[in-house]
Design a protein around this ligand. Structure first.
Ligand code: ADP
Length: 266
């Protein structure tokens, strides 16, 4: 749980709305009046029914789309175009197949012009610390899906972003790997004093990883609820999911989302 009084606000979304094709017959209001803060060390999950605007909101936060109204600030500065302050972890790892693990992790640093020796040291220290020790020279094709995602995460971390956006990054993995990687990514985000926003349709993933879960309504998406998650110190993914607290959160959020889903016609 993040201590609100001592952790600085890293990212602030203020009354953000997004309308596509405004003023035309094809107008689509994706979401409306979304406001929240993200503090250092915190993970905020965003869940909502399909089409409620999660991906669009992700793109707005990332600076890839300009909101119709409202603002997103990182460290107090307006997000305007993709910037180095925000890192991503996506469903596709986008590793370059002809580069080794080490060279993939160093990629962003190279692009930024970081001196090669420093880039190598930074990349190696992350690789060794977070479960890829011994795989520095391995090529992506030799790795499991979970390890590839780990490399992608290291590549993001190496750039030292203020906030990390996680867009369904575990959804292509099998169940066991997914649970383990969720736990590891959560721990690493804490350890590295990062802040992250997780967009997912998996309620369990949101509860297991996040300090707060923001539930969006059906389109146009508005904030229906924000739940503060307090699960104690359990780190084992299986035990966590069997705990009473986990299941209580699950039931509440499930009911909220279920109430939003249109009934299937008989
Ligand atoms: P989600 O990720 O929650 O499934 P999206 O953000 O993909 O939802 O989409 C929200 C709504 O905005 C949908 O109705 C979608 O059709 C619409 N939309 C998304 N992108 C565009 C676009 N470029 N032009 C017009 N409508 C769009």
């Amino acid at each position: 749980m993040v201590n609100k009084s001592t952790h600085e606000v890293v990212l602030e979304a203020s009354h953000v709305s997004m309308v596509f094709n405004a003023g035309t017959p094809n107008e689509v209001v994706a979401f409306r009046n979304i406001s929240f803060e993200l503090r250092q060390g915190e993970i905020l999950a965003i869940v909502g029914p399909s089409g409620c605007g999660k991906s669009t909101l992700f793109n707005v936060i990332a600076g890839l789309l300009q909101p119709t109204s409202g603002s997103v600030r990182v460290d107090g500065a307006l997000v305007d175009g993709a910037s180095g302050h925000i890192g991503y972890m996506l469903q596709k790892d986008l590793l370059l197949p002809w580069r080794s693990v080490l060279d993939n992790v160093m990629l962003g640093l190279e692009v930024r012009g970081v001196e090669p020796k420093e880039a190598r040291e930074r990349a190696l220290s992350l690789i060794r610390r977070y479960g890829l020790d011994g795989f520095e020279s391995a090529m992506p094709r030799a790795l499991s899906g979970g390890m590839r995602q780990r490399v992608a995460f290291m590549r993001t971390l190496a750039l030292n972003p203020k906030a990390i956006l996680l867009d369904e990054p575990f959804s292509a993995l099998d169940f066991q790997r997914r649970l383990n990687l969720q736990g590891d990514v959560k721990r690493i985000i804490r350890e590295q004093h990062k802040a992250a926003i997780l967009v997912t349709h998996d309620i369990g993933e949101a509860i297991a990883m996040a300090d707060r879960v923001l539930v969006l309504s059906q389109r146009p998406g508005t904030i229906k609820a924000i739940h503060t998650i307090e699960l104690g110190d359990e780190t084992d993914p299986g035990a966590l999911r069997r705990s009473t607290a986990f299941n209580e959160y699950f039931d509440v959020i499930w009911s909220e989302l279920d109430a939003l889903v249109e009934p299937v016609p008989a």
